[in-house]
Write a protein that binds this ligand. Sequence first.
Ligand code: ATP
Length: 377
Amino acid sequence: TTTAPDATDDAYLEIDGLTKVYDDGDDSVVAVDDMNIDIADGEFLVFVGPSGCGKTTTLRSIAGLEEITEGQIVIDGENVEGQAPRERDVAMVFQTYALYPHMSVSENMEYPLKVRGMPKDERDRRVRESAELLEITELLDRQPKDLSGGQQQRVALGRAIVREPRVFLFDEPLSNLDAKLRVHMRTELNRLHNQIGKTSIYVTHDQAEAMTLGDRIVVMDEGEVQQVAPPQQVYDQPVNSFVGGFIGSPQMNFFDAEVDVDAGEIRTDAFTLPYPEWMHDRIGRGGTFAAEFGIRPEDISVEGLDEDATAEDHATAEVVVVEEMGSDFFLTLENDGVEYQAIVEPNTNLQRGDRISLQFDLQKCHLFDDDTGDSLV
Ligand code: ATP
């Protein structure tokens, strides 16, 4: 093996310089570009990013389903290069449940153990225990065609759990379920992970799924890792405007801005706000510079009608759309042709066409570099 034990620290699975290039003759795609991530034993790590960013390729590389171009995957101190998927002792759960239609639920779950030549009584015990864990005991004699989508997904999970693998790999396992069931299964996966405690790597394009499941989230774009951090940190301190915009729904508002340090102002086409002291302390630039200003919809609140505006960190806006969501209202606002969104407390007095005064939570706003998109704060 190529890795000294002290180099691994307490990483259970290491992705070291993973690069995958698909080369179809004259066309080559860098699907994953020099990825380096250490995953702790028992961690739930979620890869998230837009379609085509390289999530599935990463997962398939760990599983041994793709030959990688450069780098290595180290599981429990062992470089798994050249090992077939079966030898890696990892279990993959797919978006399509891939159940065997001619086998019952218990036969489906038992099958991977049978293939490995496990004795019958051990097979039975594992199927029984996994079925209890997944609350599908009463379904064991059914055929897959007689199950709902959610039940089929549980059986697919069961088929991975019975193997007691050292790592679980999930490829968008919930994306074929309807919205309500998806949220329910998300909670179930959280519960299962707490009970089983095995290292899990999960791929999704759904940022809400990533936020709720991950101990840490890996945000990817175009084959490159953008940020690796716990969910709240990714949300509060995005390293660049891509991450700021990708995580959070409705998404962060962005404005082209000019920061005038001497005047102490951030000027956008929609409004002018004071340049907060804490930003100045961190950024340290003088003069005037261009930047991208970001603020999340929930960090904008309604102060009242326009005439109530007083302090300087206020701006006025016209209400374009009011969406009543029950626990909050989504507002689409406009100033001088620039539209943006706010999530505010329910206020049935608000109407389309109102001119209102807004308050911005300047502790929570962001400035990004105009060229690179990197966070300046
Ligand atoms: P999605 O969410 O749509 O599944 P993803 O983030 O999982 O996307 P990948 O499937 O890993 O992305 O694809 C990454 C890039 O590699 C894409 O540009 C894709 O077109 C390309 N790619 C994937 N598989 C192959 C292949 N077998 N041959 C050539 N290019 C491929």
